[in-house]
Design a protein. Structure first.
Length: 436
């Protein structure tokens, strides 16, 4: 498939102090009448709760639910919407959603164990599920049917079965257990996400993803250094007043059972890029069959305070991000440009996961700090000349490209006090011929 790269944008800030500090981090989950996950621009990095599955026989349940989420810039609402989310408790016992998070909880595992993860689907949806003989097989379908894929883990494909169908909540087969028999396994960074054919792009981008930290006895790096797990997300802000006026389930198309939908808000005019990578989530939502949207517990309800005066905002026209760059946002753990506090001269490990579904990520790291690549896709890089690879070399120029679904672990050390910024870039000055 064709993949696209992000336009330049700020991802993360590092505030380096000259002395060691203890930080009190306020988790941005505010529960009023119902739970609402609220994040503000430039706040301290939020990390989801961890579930300890390191002991043999450990088990957990993840409930698929709907959560309201807001990204704020002070009093300005950048993005408010309902998203899919993983929760540690059922809605019956946690009506306020205090056990929910986006991304989902980090699953901390250990090799040579047998553990169990159960998924319970608590989202209402259609009872029609298509199979491989259907003409809709390779279209957006089965909007609220889900499952679980542990991306990169060395487990049996008979267990990590992406053909499993976990049905919506009001029907049988709305739960499924995954008994993972983990043998010898490299320690490293992995992730999990929904992977039902027809709804993967939709559910992953809308919140159904989380990190996995695999551990092994004798992993001195994990034991020695402080670390942060970073998952990256994107959203092109199309308000419901444009996408589906009145928060309805209709998308300004002929709303019959077999009506076809033509995307209105593609992210680029590149004709070589088709489908998921190029569609706003409004278009993906409207591409599901009308009766699935009618039956779903989810309604596309995006609101924003951003200025929507662009004259091309028309139901029958395409809007490109080159015309509206201020409407395309990139998130780190659900936040816009969060901050990490570090101590000058002390190494910190960053576990980065490209959970953007279909897009490459190209980072530009600040040259004021030292950046060293220590692992890719859950495997430590060992042996000269690539072990602890210095990204300041001409082969990288303090940049790094991550493929969709890829993981990369870096050690960072800042020698001077300051505020440093990680951004995305389209720069092409890297020279792979200079790898050494």
């Amino acid at each position: 498939p064709k993949h696209t790269k992000l336009q330049p944008s700020s991802f993360l800030y590092f505030l380096t102090e000259s002395y060691t500090m203890n930080f009190l981090v306020l988790i941005s989950v505010i529960c009023l009448a119902s739970c609402k996950i609220i994040h503000n621009v430039n706040e301290y990095l939020y990390e989801p709760p961890k579930i300890d599955l390191t002991q043999d026989g450990s088990e957990t349940i993840l409930y698929v639910r709907l959560c309201e989420s807001s990204s704020m810039n002070g009093a300005q609402t950048i993005l408010n919407m309902t998203r899919y989310c993983y929760c540690q408790q059922s809605e019956a016992f946690d009506a306020k959603g205090e056990s929910c998070s986006i991304p989902g909880p980090t699953l901390v595992m250990h090799d040579k164990t047998i553990i169990n993860v159960t998924i319970v689907n608590e989202v209402n949806g259609s009872d029609i599920v298509y199979n491989g003989s259907s003409s809709k097989w390779n279209t957006y379908k089965d909007m609220d049917v889900t499952n679980l894929h542990v991306h990169g883990l060395h487990v049996s494909p008979k267990i990590d079965d992406v053909l499993v169908k976990i049905h919506p909540s009001q029907y049988p087969m709305n739960t499924h257990s995954y008994p993972y028999d983990i043998g010898y396994h490299y320690p490293g960074t992995f992730w999990y996400h929904a992977h039902h054919h027809g709804s993967t792009t939709w559910q992953v981008n809308m919140g159904l993803h989380g990190a996995i930290s695999m551990n092994q006895d004798g992993d001195l790096i994990s034991e020695k250094y402080e670390e942060n797990i970073l998952m990256f997300e994107w959203f092109y802000v199309i308000p419901s007043s444009i996408c589906n006026p009145g928060n309805s389930r209709y998308c300004k198309v002929t709303s019959t059972k077999d009506a076809s939908y033509s995307p209105r808000f593609q992210l680029t005019d590149n004709e070589e890029i088709k489908g998921g990578p190029n569609l706003a989530m409004c278009d993906v939502y409207c591409s599901f069959p009308q009766y699935e949207r009618n039956a779903s517990g989810y309604i596309y309800d995006v609101t924003t305070d951003l200025n929507m005066t662009n004259p091309s905002w028309n139901a029958n026209e395409t809007v490109y991000n080159t015309e509206d760059p201020d409407l395309l946002f990139y998130f780190v753990n659900g936040q816009l440009s969060p901050t990490i506090n570090m101590t000058k001269g002390v190494f910190r490990r960053l576990r980065m996961i490209n959970s953007l579904s279909n897009w490459y990520l190209q980072f530009q790291f600040p040259s004021e700090c030292g950046w060293y690549l220590i692992a890719t896709d859950g495997v430590y890089i060992k042996g000269e000349p690539y072990q602890n690879y210095d990204l300041s070399k001409p082969s990288h120029n303090n940049q790094y490209i991550m493929s969709p679904g890829g993981r990369a672990d870096f050690m960072v050390n800042c020698s001077e006090v300051g505020l440093y910024e990680i951004i995305s870039t389209n720069d092409n000055t890297q020279d792979p011929e200079m790898l050494s």
